[in-house]
Design a protein around this ligand. Structure first.
Ligand code: ATP
Ligand code: MG
Length: 598
């Protein structure tokens, strides 16, 4: 039987693989993606079509920071391209001038790279970068719009937004034709050119496709293609006062880049008929060439105890419920990186969720299983005391001839990686131990320190507890013990006598005081905001606890973003923002076992 954590990390089903394998089979659907003349290649941003290679894309809108759900889309698109010898494009879907910023473009590129993916195609005869911006296609999109108008497939609608909404109908009622729907192509073209020339106010009119106001699929009821919006665009500046709608722009972007498999989340399923309608008509008009891209939908990834809506994440940041986009409690990729999650663990987690037609809720614990499985074999070990209590070795001076004496000790940096060498530290007369490693009155089965019991200071000596010191309130302030000499040699030793436990410790004289940030789930509910509830009401007020811990001396000079396993405690990382060699700050990533299952 395999270990439960291995079970959780097995790659899940992926129905897209079957589709791609079918499409790549010789003679299977060759006309669809892998043959045909490139046609108007000048319009095709990605250059001529490579026969027999798939092309996917990750198309973020640069209007916010990426989160764990995006990691799914990234790993899926780049992963399929890698596995089938294809290419994956990074395309910024920057068609909305108002909310988009360079800051987000840079952050998104950084995160895709951090996750381990590259948009350079090194396998091509001529290696090239596949980084694209939808705004570079504005000229083509506008030409496509004029084409549709001339072909009688689009019209300028001057109804007010309220009228348009009222005439759209709903699932049970068909829509009503706009009074402007029957204008001649020539009139419509003149109007569209006026829109573009800035002769009309924002919102005064829109360009709509002319399809069918009675279509059962509401997305086919003459969807809007262009709107008037005077706004400065991060790439095109003030060149345009009309901007394409997402539903119009996205299929064109895919087609120009010769995407073969356009993968999107389930909410776009109802837009697929329009995606095909638009591309088929543009191909029929000679503006695009077959084969055309094809859209496939997969289920979103949702993670329990966090939110992955951009709007909600922004609200958490803007209202100060967290300390910024990279707060280690957030499921943003910058936040998760800061918390200490590794790219390997995120990729394994995404792989494990598979690709299905359902919006899956992934339990947060799977992420921690993936992290442990990644770091277990590579993170260096260290001793840390998180809830310190002083232990005094009362026979030290007598045994060693001086209270200042220290004994050299060492431990492997990693039990399975001898090449990482040894950690060096010393044992002195006073050490820090965990408060719960002492019980004045032991419970049944407790084998650590209590008066009269012996335990081992891990990598040090066996000691015997003789009692404790307390303050006026009866709180234990120090534990007292003696070093136990070996029964044969009479000298102290790690194996002086057989004991049932070993405890972690750090000598007081060389302990490195560090700020350690302990995190718990950000929300108290698995699906915060489910139904109509206020997601803010589910914020866990105890999601972060900051403590001062004592670390072994080898941790005095570590670089930020270095990972460790603090023995008996879990996985920690030196905070990439606040950690300084002389002022260490560590984040707890997760414990050694699943503490959430309780
Ligand atoms: P917006 O509301 O701004 O559109 P978005 O989360 O869809 O937000 P995009 O930048 O449009 O953000 O997303 C880029 C890609 O990531 C899209 O293809 C989208 O389908 C995909 N994506 C977003 N969220 C998830 C998720 N939770 N699971 C899987 N894929 C996702
Ligand atoms: Mg989106």
């Amino acid at each position: 039987m395999s270990h439960p954590s291995e079970e959780a990390l097995k790659p899940g089903n992926n129905f897209l693989r079957s589709i791609i394998e079918r499409d790549l089979m010789p003679g299977q659907q060759p006309e669809r993606h892998f043959a045909g003349t490139p046609g108007d290649a000048a319009h095709h941003a990605a250059g001529p079509l490579d026969p027999a290679r798939i092309r996917t894309r990750f198309p973020p809108e640069p209007n916010g920071y990426l989160h764990i759900g995006h990691a799914k889309s990234i790993c899926l698109n780049f992963g399929l391209a890698r596995d089938y010898g294809g290419v994956c494009h990074l395309r910024f879907d920057d068609t909305n001038p108002e909310k988009e910023e360079q800051e987000y473009v840079d952050a998104i590129k950084e995160m895709v790279t951090w996750l381990g993916w590259a948009w350079e195609d090194k396998a091509a005869a001529e290696p090239r970068s596949h980084l694209y911006f939808a705004s570079n296609y504005f000229d083509f999109m506008y030409r496509a719009a004029e084409h549709l108008v001339s072909a009688g497939l689009a019209y300028v609608d001057e109804q007010t937004p309220e009228e348009m909404r009222a005439h759209r109908g709903d699932f049970t009622t068909p829509g009503k034709n706009s009074p402007f729907r029957s204008r001649s192509p020539a009139d419509n073209l003149a109007r569209l050119r006026e829109m573009r020339a800035g002769l009309h106010a924002d919102g005064a009119m829109v360009l709509r496709a002319k399809i069918d106001m009675a279509a059962p699929n509401i997305n086919m009821r003459d969807p809007a293609l262009y709107r008037i919006r005077r706004a400065t665009h991060h790439n095109t500046g003030d060149q345009w006062c009309i901007y394409p709608m997402y539903t119009f722009a996205h299929p064109i972007e895919d087609a120009l880049e010769r995407i073969t498999h356009s993968l999107c989340t389930l909410e776009f399923e109802d837009q697929r008929p329009f995606y095909d309608w638009l591309l088929e008509h543009l191909a029929a008009g000679g503006l695009l060439a077959h084969p055309l891209p094809k859209q496939y939908e997969f289920g979103r990834l949702n993670l329990t105890y966090v939110v992955t809506s951009k709007r909600k994440l922004r609200q958490l940041v803007d209202e100060g419920h967290v300390d910024g986009w990279d707060d280690p409690r957030l499921p943003t990729l910058v936040g998760m990186r800061r918390r200490g999650y590794t790219p390997e663990s995120l990729r394994a987690m995404v792989e494990a969720t598979g690709v299905t037609k359902n919006n899956a809720w992934l339990d947060y614990s799977v992420l921690d299983i993936a992290l442990r499985s990644d770091l277990e074999g590579k993170a260096a070990r260290a001793s840390a005391v998180l809830d310190p209590l002083k232990l005094k070795l009362t026979n030290w001076a007598e045994l060693f001839g001086s209270a200042d004496h220290v004994e050299a000790c060492s431990a492997p940096a990693h039990p399975q990686l001898p090449e990482l060498g040894l950690r060096q530290f010393t044992l002195g007369p006073e050490v820090w131990i965990e408060r719960d490693d002492f019980m004045e009155t032991p419970v049944k089965g407790y084998h650590r320190l209590f008066p009269g019991n012996k335990t081992r200071l891990k990598y040090g000596y066996v000691i015997e507890c003789s009692g404790c010191e307390k303050d006026a309130n009866g709180v234990v302030t120090a534990v007292l013990a003696t070093v136990v000499p070996d029964t044969k040699s009479g000298t102290p030793g790690a194996d002086a006598v057989k004991v049932k436990s070993a405890i972690t410790w750090v000598s007081v004289h060389e302990a490195v005081a560090a700020e350690v940030r302990l995190y718990d789930r950000l929300f108290t509910e698995a699906q915060p905001g489910a139904g109509d509830s206020d997601f803010l009401a589910a914020i866990n007020p105890l999601s972060r606890r900051v403590i001062t811990a004592y670390l072994e001396p080898s941790l005095a000079k570590v670089a930020a973003a270095t990972h460790f396993q603090f023995e008996r405690h879990g996985y920690f990382v030196a905070d990439r923002v606040d950690h300084r060699a002389d002022q260490p700050v560590f984040n707890k990533i997760t414990g050694l076992k699943d503490g959430w299952a309780k």
